[in-house]
Write a protein that binds this ligand. Structure first.
Ligand code: HEM
Length: 243
C-alpha cells in the first residue's frame, strides 16, 4: 500500500493562530490594566511607565525596551492577522453563503465569528498605527505625553474604536479557544458553556468600562493642562528625566 503523506499545514496554521491569539489576549488584558493606572494618579502611571522602561531593574530608564516590546508584539500581531486573513470570505459568493448561514442559523457562536472578522479588520488598521507610534516614539509615553497624544494629536476617537474592537475580539477569541481546547467539556457541557459565555460577556463589559474611564482621564488631563508639545510629567519623588 502506498504511504499517503498527511498535509500538516492546516494544523500548523491553526496552532500559530491559537498560540499567537493567546499571547495577544493575555497581553491586552495586562495592557489595559497597566494603562488604567492613570485612574489612580499621574504619579502611578509614571511609575508604571518607568517600570516598563527598566528603571526598577537597571536604575535608569531605557525607552528602547518599549520599542523592542512593541516590535515583538507587532510580529505576533502580523502573524496572527496573516493566518486569520486566510479565513476571510474572499469573494462575493463566499460572503453571501456566510451571511445566509449566519441569518438562518441564528446561532450565537456563529455570529461571534463574524464579530471576530469585523473587529479584526478594524484592528488591522488602527492597531498598526498605534503599534508603530509606540515603536517609533517610545519616550513619548507618560501621564502628560500620552494625554497630549490623546487630545492634541487627536488619537481619542481612534483609541475608543480600538478599545471596543480589541476587547471584544480578545475575549471572544479566548472564549473560542477555551471551547476548542475542551475546557467547557464537563458533566454538563451546556451549563459550562453558558457560564463561560457569561464570564466572557462580563469581562468585555468590565474592560470596556475601565478602558473608557482611562481614556476620559487622559482627555481630562489633556484639556485641563496648558501643554506645549513635548511637556513632560515631573515626579516629585523620583528624580529622573521628566515624562
Ligand atoms: C508593546 C506594545 C504597546 C504599547 C507599548 C502600548 C502602549 C499604550 C499606551 C502608553 C497607551 C496610552 C495612550 C498613549 O500613550 O498613546 C495605549 C493606549 C491604548 N492601546 Fe496600546 N500599546 C501597545 C500595544 C497595543 C495593541 C497591540 C493594542 C490593540 C490592538 C493596543 C490597544 C490600545 C488601546 C485600545 C488603547 C486606549 C486604551 C483606553 O481607552 O484606555 N495597544 N497603549
Amino acid at each position: 500500500m502506498k504511504n499517503k503523506k498527511i498535509d500538516k499545514t492546516p494544523a500548523i496554521l491553526d496552532f500559530i493562530q491559537s498560540s499567537t491569539g493567546l499571547i495577544l489576549g493575555v497581553f491586552i488584558m495586562g495592557h489595559i490594566l497597566f494603562e488604567s493606572s492613570i485612574l489612580i494618579s499621574n504619579e502611578m502611571m509614571y511609575r508604571v511607565t518607568i517600570m516598563f522602561e527598566g528603571y526598577y531593574f537597571f536604575g535608569e530608564t531605557y525607552p528602547g525596551i518599549i520599542s523592542f516590546l512593541a516590535g515583538a508584539i507587532s510580529i505576533i500581531f502580523i502573524l496572527h492577522a496573516g493566518v486569520a486573513l486566510k479565513k476571510f470570505p474572499n469573494n462575493y459568493r463566499q460572503h453571501k453563503i456566510m451571511r445566509n448561514h449566519v441569518l438562518q442559523m441564528k446561532h450565537e457562536d456563529t455570529s461571534l465569528w463574524v464579530v471576530q472578522i469585523m473587529t479584526g479588520f478594524i484592528m488591522l488598521f488602527i492597531g498598526s498605527v498605534h503599534l508603530y507610534t509606540m515603536m517609533a516614539e517610545p519616550s513619548n509615553i507618560g501621564p502628560f505625553a500620552s494625554s497630549y497624544r490623546v487630545v492634541h494629536e487627536h488619537m481619542a476617537p481612534l483609541y475608543f474604536l480600538l478599545l471596543l474592537s480589541v476587547v471584544s475580539h480578545a475575549f471572544i477569541g479566548l472564549y473560542r479557544l477555551a471551547m476548542k481546547w475542551g475546557f467547557m467539556e464537563s458533566r454538563n457541557t451546556k451549563v459550562s458553556r453558558r457560564r463561560f459565555k457569561l464570564l466572557m460577556k462580563s469581562l468585555i463589559v468590565i474592560y470596556i468600562v475601565v478602558g473608557s474611564l482611562s481614556l476620559m482621564k487622559y482627555i481630562y488631563i489633556g484639556y485641563t493642562n496648558d501643554f506645549e508639545p513635548g511637556t513632560r510629567y515631573k515626579s516629585t519623588i523620583i528624580n529622573l528625566k521628566a515624562h
